[in-house]
Design a protein around this ligand. Structure first.
Ligand SMILES: [Zn+2]
Length: 509
């Protein structure tokens, strides 16, 4: 076993700072051990080579110098701690085998690995180099694969967004309770459509939520937070939407509402928006353009934008428009005794709601199943390369969003069995509060209420704000508000409180 002189050995020690060498002993340790080994084995060390580079790619200077010296005949053996110290790539490994084949190297010695210049020895060495190379290859692969698998399991592979924490113990993303509830409040606040992004930033700052460097969150950051699907349970990774396993902070419904508001408010703004509260609320009845405003001698005037068109509509002063809008709002208010009656009926209808939602849940379950099948077919099509990556991503995110909405809907109903009762209660509260808003002086509040009630059907014609007449037989615009308004008219004739209730109760058709 012992190869005594005349063999001359080079001692080679190597350790890089790369991940793959993390477990390897320090260079000092390697040298100490190799020197001791050489002594007991009686090896003649003629020189020591020390390298601090990765052996993943060919081209290590010290290693090159050493092999050149071996070709020149300065030594015919190498002592190293393990074959993976000598080579982690096939070029360097091949060179060593070649040196053994050509007789320039008589043998390699490792305290942890035995090898001689025989076909068996070279075979073993080849495997050792091969294993090293495999180790490097699989490490890079594993890192990527690990992330992909994480994503597939629904785990977010990156830094947790604000309101969440990375749990280093379980390697998952968990809710940061206190912060998450503030983020939820921010969503709810913004969904009401009377806060600016700056207001949300202020709200969070006042509650103690800052950026990492202790500054108040910039409005762009707020916008990013409010449009991050992570908060309702999905996440974006590599430009794709994935279903997450983490606990959502907001419902899909609130999230969607916030997206609507973001879109609406994201439109280019005109200067001085605060002084012109009714801008964007009405359309010109003559030409269909938006009604805008301008300030003249301390008064605000609203008028048709008349963009690229001739339109004969005159200006109207803000005070006058305010009076008209207020009386419109008043028309849709709910009398206190009507509200009491409705609330009583709501309680009764809760029982019927149970049956209704069971059917609903079943239907949406079927829809969800259909979407899951579509997703599978989409993936198949993509893997078969029938579908372009862009199309795949787009369709996937659309289907996932649909699915999430359905799931949200049915869990909401499943849990409460009273999904619609909540908005109904909310609506009663809203309708009840209208007189106060109408009589008050907060014009922006009036705008928000009017937007909610009338949507885009408010028009201005001859200095008068009114609702656009419904076109044709289409009754889809007849919501509870319209019913309420009609009830006011009927109430003049009949004293009943329940005029606005449909024959089958007032649950959604
Ligand atoms: Zn006009």
């Amino acid at each position: 076993m012992q190869n005594i002189s005349p063999q001359k050995f080079f001692l080679y020690a190597r350790k890089s700072t790369d991940v793959e060498d993390k477990q390897v002993r320090s260079i000092e340790d390697q040298i100490t051990e190799l020197r001791a080994y050489a002594k007991t084995e009686g090896l003649n060390i003629v020189e020591e080579f020390i390298e601090k580079q990765s052996a993943k790619i060919p081209g290590r200077p010290i290693f090159s110098e050493m092999t050149k010296r071996i070709e020149q005949g300065d030594a015919n053996g190498i002592l190293a701690w393990h074959p993976d110290r000598l080579a982690r790539n096939s070029v360097d490994g091949g060179l060593l085998i070649f040196l053994l084949d050509s007789g320039k190297l008589a043998g390699l010695k490792f305290p942890t690995f035995w090898c001689e210049n025989t076909s068996q020895g070279k075979f073993m060495l080849n495997i050792a180099f091969g294993q090293s190379k495999y180790y490097v290859d699989s490490l890079a692969e594993n890192t990527k694969r690990g992330l992909r698998q994480k994503v597939r399991r629904g785990e977010y592979p990156s830094l947790a967004p604000i309101g969440y924490l990375n749990d280093s113990r379980t390697k998952t993303v968990v809710v940061n309770k206190k912060c998450a509830s503030l983020i939820r409040k921010a969503f709810e606040l913004y969904a009401q459509n009377n806060s600016r992004l700056e207001d949300i930033s202020n709200f969070l700052a006042q509650s103690g939520v800052y950026s990492k460097n202790g500054k108040r969150l910039h409005r762009d950051r707020i916008s990013f937070i409010l449009s991050n699907p992570f908060y309702y349970g999905h996440f974006r990774y590599a430009d794709e939407i994935h279903e997450g396993k983490h606990q959502p902070v907001v419902s899909k419904k609130i999230f969607d509402k916030v997206q609507e508001v973001l879109k609406q408010r994201g439109k280019p703004k005109t200067k001085g928006k605060v002084e012109k509260p009714f801008v964007g609320l009405l359309h010109c009845d003559e030409c269909g353009r938006m009604i805008t405003a301008e300030i003249q001698k301390g008064h605000t005037y609203y008028r048709c934008t008349k963009k690229n068109i001739v339109c004969s509509q005159p200006y109207v002063r803000e005070e006058e428009l305010d009076r008209q809008l207020s009386s419109l709002l008043q028309k849709f208010s709910l009398r206190p005794n009507w509200a009491a009656g409705l609330r009583e009926m709501l309680e009764k209808d809760k029982v019927d709601a149970a049956q209704f939602s069971t059917t609903f849940v079943q239907e949406s379950r079927e829809k969800i199943l259909a979407i899951i099948m579509k997703l599978q077919r989409l993936l198949d099509g993509y893997l078969e390369q029938d579908i372009e990556r862009e199309t795949y991503r787009f369709e996937k995110s659309k289907l996932l969003s649909e699915k999430k909405s359905l799931e949200d809907q049915s869990t909401r109903l499943e849990q409460k069995l009273t999904g619609w009762l909540e908005p109904m209660t909310e609506w009663i509260k809203e309708a009840e509060s209208l007189p106060k808003i109408a009589q008050g002086s907060n014009l922006f509040e009036k705008k928000v209420a009017a937007e909610k009630l009338f949507g885009s059907s408010l028009v201005l014609v001859n200095r008068e704000a009114r609702l656009r007449a419904p076109s044709g037989e289409d009754s889809s615009g007849q919501n509870q508000w319209a019913a309420l308004c009609a009830a006011h008219e009927l109430a003049l004739k009949k004293p009943s409180s329940f005029i606005l209730v449909r024959r089958g109760g007032f649950e959604p058709p």
